[in-house]
Design a protein around this ligand. Structure first.
Ligand SMILES: [Zn+2]
Length: 415
């Protein structure tokens, strides 16, 4: 092999080696920088997945807790109804006891009256006898023997017997009454005692129910505290989204000189191919036409297949291009463009970004591709519009665009 050939071969080898190295290396430090970025991205992707599963966990816990709380509240309601019924039962028993009291008093009075009547009757009898004695008609015998004729004797005899019989009858009636009153009063007192016992039982049950109610109250209190804790965590996540408002304002100041040199168009370009015009979520608290549920949404969601190009809605400067982390993890891979008219546009959940921070882009330039990174359950573009850093309804800038909404109930034209 000649020296020339050797040299050529060596040169070719070197060229090949360089050709292999160059696309990776680029100019000097980029290799290092992109290697670090890749590692960082992987770490952040790991963080994002962790956070997403944490959030799902929290939501599941909230759901479970809500179910527990509802169960506890239902239990409390049932206990309260039970206590209410028992209270009525106790009232009823008290009324019965009061009635027995009254009946016993009446029976006692009946007896007292009968005894008084008998005493009066006996008194009358005694007085009559005394009267007879005073008139010299001392005894029954005297009355009988004082008879002047047989018919008078008979009359007198019958009168005496009548008096005796009458007196006996009064005594018998009184004895019967006394016996009846004793039986009645005993029965009433027994019934009253039974009612009293029933009342004590009901009072005990009421007490037990009140204890149960207190325990349920305590449980509801504990659940509410846990719920507050979880809601606080959710609020933290929401705050993270709000933090981006401040970051955009800050970056717009940082890039102010560059931004003002990019003329912005008067209108916004739809950020997706024309046919990708189906919304899955409105901005703000505009409710879902099917479920009638609303959430405080920071932008609009437009469904599109993974990899669909995303266009710059206006010419501007890329003020953010990153995989969300920390406070912005929910956005996943996202890009923010700041425009010289004071507006900014955000494109989130991308599968890949096509621009870097500080880059100037023309309206319609492909800045990234549709994906489902960050807080997302399917491929879609989450699009936000801000004016001087404050969020606006993006749809107010696309009044002429024909749009559909797709949800649980199907697909309908919304404008
Ligand atoms: Zn969204």
């Amino acid at each position: 092999m000649s020296d020339t050939r050797k040299f050529l071969r060596r040169a070719a080898g070197l060229f090949l080696a360089l050709a292999l190295l160059l696309p990776l290396a680029g100019p000097g430090t980029v290799l290092e920088a992109s290697a670090v970025t890749k590692a960082e991205i992987d770490a952040l992707k790991g963080d994002a997945n962790d956070l997403a599963s944490q959030r799902k966990d929290i939501q599941n816990q909230l759901k479970a807790i809500q179910a527990d709380k509802n169960a506890a509240i239902n239990k409390k309601e049932l206990i309260e109804r039970q206590i209410q019924v028992i209270r009525q039962e106790i009232n009823n028993i008290n009324q019965q006891i009061a009635m027995y009291d009254q009946l016993i008093a009446e029976k006692t009075e009946e007896l007292r009256q009968a005894e008084a009547d008998e005493a009066a009757q006996f008194d009358l009898f005694c007085r009559r006898m005394r009267q007879m004695e005073e008139q010299g008609e001392v005894s029954y015998w005297a009355i009988l023997f004082s008879s002047s004729s047989f018919s008078e004797l008979l009359d007198n005899y019958m009168m005496i017997e009548e008096i005796i019989q009458y007196d006996n009858k009064v005594m018998e009636d009184l004895e019967a009454l006394q016996a009846q009153v004793t039986v009645d009063r005993a029965a009433l007192e027994e019934a009253q005692a039974e009612q009293e016992e029933a009342k004590q039982k009901q009072v005990a049950v009421q007490q037990e129910l009140k204890e149960q109610e207190n325990e349920v109250d305590k449980l509801i209190g504990e659940i509410s505290a846990r719920e507050d804790q979880l809601e606080e965590m959710e609020a933290e996540l929401k705050k993270a989204a709000n933090d981006l408002d401040a970051e955009i304002k800050r970056k717009e100041k940082e890039y102010a000189d560059q931004i003002k040199n990019v003329v912005s168009e008067s209108g916004f370009l739809w950020p997706l191919p024309a046919g990708q015009n189906t919304l899955t979520s409105f901005y703000g608290n505009r409710e879902d036409p099917f479920t009638h549920k609303s959430k405080n949404h920071t932008g609009i969601d437009v469904s599109a297949p993974k990899g669909t190009p995303i266009y710059a809605a206006k010419s501007g400067v890329v003020t953010t291009s990153k995989l969300g982390s920390g406070s912005s993890w929910a956005y996943g891979e996202h890009v923010v463009l700041s425009h010289s008219d004071g507006t900014s546009t955000l494109y989130a959940h991308m599968s890949a970004r096509n621009v870097t921070q500080g880059q100037t882009v023309k309206q319609g330039a492909v800045i990234g591709y549709v994906g489902t990174t960050g807080r997302s359950t399917g491929n879609h573009l989450h699009f936000e519009v801000r004016v001087h850093g404050d969020r606006r309804d993006p749809l107010s800038y696309f009044k002429d665009k024909t749009l559909y909404f797709s949800g649980k109930g199907g697909k309908i034209k919304v404008q």
